[in-house]
Design a protein around this ligand. Structure first.
Ligand SMILES: CCCCCCCCCCCCC/C=C/[C@@H](O)[C@H](COP(=O)(O)O)NC(=O)CCCCCCCCCCCCCCC
Length: 214
């Protein structure tokens, strides 16, 4: 980490995702958004070349936080209650975007797709060799997930930005979790929770045919 920056560790960020899922398998929006806020903060430490990414992620997290603080806040406690409320009240644009404010469902769907990228990227970091290149791990996980939803120009900008990433071990260091072995162990502990959040959300959105919202 650059000198002077708080001892910010990815451990707390990923710990947020461990508190997302209730015993009734609901995904709580509060911890979900704080996990995203932590990821965005970490992204800022990777350099301004990623600002086009964090700008969009910040905007989406802000939309969701406004819903969570708005007059219908009790409908946005979990992804399940959000989906039920927005569908029951016809708030979701199913065919094409209208001039209405973005729904929570379509906004979460974009973050959900990015969570799939994160899961693949973290798994690639965890299982990568010492001399693996973070840019390759990042590009491969991006191409296997988010890339399909982005136009050519965004895919190009993303792959250019990935080239600036350091080696795998250097990246594990800036995660500020300790040694590379400790970082790998932490990833192994965090990943099952991220997979769980992703799986429950995927099933919820698939059940309601919300996986292709415009
Ligand atoms: C290791 C750093 C790599 C982080 C970047 C990987 C993801 C690259 C995404 C590039 C897309 C950004 C611009 C896309 C904008 C939107 O069009 C597009 C669609 O939304 P729309 O339908 O409202 O237009 N937006 C999206 O797809 C959402 C993108 C959100 C990406 C959030 C990624 C931030 C995660 C930060 C992780 C930090 C590293 C943590 C691992 C140690």
């Amino acid at each position: 980490m650059a000198a002077g920056q708080g001892a910010f560790s990815l451990r707390e960020v990923l710990a947020a995702f461990q508190t997302c899922v209730t015993e009734r398998r609901e995904v709580l929006l509060g911890p979900y958004l704080s996990g995203w806020r932590g990821l965005i903060r970490f992204l800022h430490s990777l350099g301004s070349i990623f600002s086009f990414v964090s700008k969009d992620a910040v905007a989406k997290v802000q939309i969701m936080e406004n819903y969570c603080r708005g007059e219908q806040r009790e409908k946005y406690v979990s992804l399940q209650s959000m989906v039920e409320y927005e569908l029951a009240n016809g708030l979701v644009d199913l065919q094409k975007r209208s001039g209405r404010p973005d729904s929570g469902c379509r906004t979460v769907l974009r973050l959900h797709r990015a969570l799939r990228w994160l899961q693949l990227f973290l798994e690639g970091l965890r299982t990568g060799r010492e001399d693996s290149r973070t840019s390759v791990i990042c590009t491969d996980s991006y191409n296997a997930s988010l890339a399909t939803y982005h136009p050519w120009v965004v895919r190009k900008a993303a792959t250019v930005a990935f080239c600036t990433l350091p080696s795998r071990n250097a990246f594990l260091e800036i995660m500020n979790v300790g040694t590379t072995e400790e970082a790998v162990t932490m990833l192994g502990e965090a990943l099952p929770y991220i997979c769980d959040v992703y799986g429950i959300t995927q099933e919820l959105f698939a059940r309601h045919k919300l996986l292709d919202l415009p």
